[in-house]
Design a protein around this ligand. Structure first.
Ligand SMILES: Cc1ncc(COP(=O)(O)O)c(C=O)c1O
Length: 417
């Protein structure tokens, strides 16, 4: 007689891997999601929490994608990306960064995020250390921990424009250090490493031959000062065998949803990353690769127009935030974020009676009481601050700043004064 199968009730603990249990959801994603939910409930929300340009993908890129579909470019492609796109990336690295790569030193992935994930999966063994300057993009430490590595957080100082010093780097390196992650312009601080900053870090790296560098250049085209963008591999070409230079079309060309990122680096590393990609996602999206090709090879003057527009908004937001009681905001040189301090509001009470203890209570009360969504600084490793994305319309930004000002001006000392 057939005996019915007994299914043991699986507890989440027995199903989920330790790696999955270690992984935390993205704080920026959660806040943007909360803002969307509140909006759906009918609340008047201004979300300045997401990291994406509010511009549209350029028309010629859309046309290239439509043409790719019409031509039937809808099948699996070579794992590391179509040769045409890799050639365009090779030329981009040469033209804009002075870097020379062979096509077998370039990989295209599903967003810059997959490039970074593949690099970590390809290199991290349990206990390996990855030095991450703070404030940092939220995914770096999570990906390192997911791979069994140990993020070593290197806090940078607002007074030093959030740029880490060679001495700080040297003191963080141990024999277990595998990577340093350098992100310039930085999400969330907007800090830009000048050539002299990179040269000074390169000196330390020369003395530590086991340390590799992941240069995350995704905000390359969003710099507002006269300091030109430089990437480590061009400042220190002698270290190029230890540098993975990562970039993508998401931020520069307003193509976040197309999910195309890429990197150039040492052959053995690129090969290992491709192997992982081949067994996980096979290849990047075929149509999006043709779209990215059009972005890289097409007219580039739109970058300067958009940069000017972002710069105006940055200036508008910095001035308005500095006028709000308890807020202090430096003017960052790049990306589309500001990272002001809200420490001057701690110990005060909001109009609705909420005591502000830290950046998290500040951001939560701000969202609840004014509908403005920003991200608490502790999510990026430097508490006491918050991140504002100014990739929003001038009207939205001025209304958001007005609400922040009103919120701060209404704060009272907790004893009622
Ligand atoms: C610093 C940084 N690096 C990488 C990425 C990943 O970009 P994407 O995966 O859209 O190419 C982001 C996106 O927010 C970022 O802010």
């Amino acid at each position: 007689m057939a005996v019915p199968l007994q299914h043991a009730t699986a507890t989440p603990g027995s199903l989920l891997s330790q790696a999955a249990q270690r992984l935390q959801p993205s704080a920026t994603g959660s806040i943007s999601q909360r803002a969307r939910e509140l909006k759906a409930e009918g609340r008047d929300i201004i979300a300045l929490s997401a990291g994406e340009p509010d511009f549209d993908t350029p028309a010629h890129v859309l046309e290239a994608a439509a043409e790719a579909m019409a031509k039937g470019h809808t099948r699996y492609t070579t794992v590391g990306g179509i040769p045409e796109l890799r050639e365009a990336i090779r030329k981009k690295f040469q033209r804009e960064n002075g870097l020379e790569f062979g096509l077998d030193q370039i990989v295209v992935s599903t967003g810059g995020k997959q490039v970074i994930a593949n690099a970590m999966l390809a290199t991290i063994d349990p206990g390996d250390e990855v030095i991450i300057p703070a404030p940092y993009w939220v995914s770096y430490p999570e990906l390192v921990t997911f791979c069994g590595g140990r993020p070593v957080i290197l806090p940078s100082d607002a007074a030093a424009n959030f740029v880490v010093t060679p001495r700080q780097l040297e003191s963080a390196i141990t024999e277990k250090t595998k990577w340093l992650i350098l992100n310039s312009p930085c999400n969330p601080s907007g800090a830009v490493y000048a050539e002299s900053d990179l040269a000074a870090l390169a000196e330390i790296l020369r003395r530590n031959e086991h340390v590799h560098v992941l240069a995350d250049d995704i905000y390359e085209h969003l710099i507002y000062s006269n300091v030109p963008f430089r990437t480590l591999a061009s400042v220190a070409p002698d270290l190029s065998e230890r540098i993975l230079t990562m970039n993508g079309v998401s931020k520069a060309y307003a193509m976040t949803g197309w999910r195309i990122g890429y990197a150039g680096g040492p052959r053995h590393l690129i090969k290992a990353m491709e192997k992982i990609q081949g067994q996980t996602t096979s290849c990047p999206n075929s149509v999006a690769q043709w779209a990215a090709l059009a972005a890289l090879e097409g007219p580039q003057d739109l970058l300067a127009d958009r940069r000017r527009s972002f710069m105006k908004r940055r200036d508008q937001v910095v001035d308005a935030l500095n006028a709000a009681p308890g807020i202090s905001c430096r003017k960052p040189d790049g990306a589309f974020y500001v990272y002001p301090s809200c420490a001057g509001t701690f110990g005060k009470t909001t109009r609705a009676g909420v005591a502000i203890k830290d950046d998290e209570t500040f951001c939560r009360a701000l969202l609840d009481e004014t509908g403005v969504a920003v991200v608490h600084g502790s999510a990026f490793g430097i508490p006491g601050h918050f991140r504002v994305s100014y990739a929003a319309s001038v009207e939205q930004l001025s209304e958001a700043c007005r609400r922040i000002h009103e919120f701060c001006a209404a704060l009272r000392a907790t004893d009622g004064r």
